[in-house]
Write a protein that binds this ligand. Structure first.
Ligand SMILES: C[C@H](O)[C@H](O)[C@H]1CNC2=NC(N)=NC(=O)C2=N1
Length: 90
């Protein structure tokens, strides 16, 4: 993706931070188990998309980081999954 395409794609998602060739978002939950249940749903969506986020599970918060490892860069797959995950948590 060109820089312009990345900037444009960033405007279609909320709360994701661009860090070089990755985008990351922190999700906060009332309990630790709510975060774990969210991770289960993330994993199911990732399997459907054949595209998987890096997941950091901490107490009552989960950080997802997306990049396309096969390309070593951000691609539309990352933004498509990010949009799906935003819906999933809403
Ligand atoms: C064959 C399988 O679809 C690929 O290895 C997928 C798996 N999940 C993936 N997830 C991410 N984030 N990047 C990839 O390049 C990728 N490749």
């Amino acid at each position: 993706m060109t820089e312009q395409q990345i900037q444009q794609a960033l405007s279609s998602i909320t709360g994701w931070v661009r860090e070089d060739q990755t985008i990351a978002k922190v999700f906060h939950f009332p309990t630790y188990m709510d975060g774990i249940k969210f991770v289960q749903k993330v994993a199911e969506e990732a399997e459907k998309q054949h595209h998987h986020p890096d997941i950091l599970i901490e107490y009552r918060q989960v950080t997802l980081r997306l990049t396309t490892h096969d390309e070593g860069s951000l691609t539309e797959k990352d933004f498509h999954l990010a949009r799906r995950l935003d819906i999933l948590v809403s």
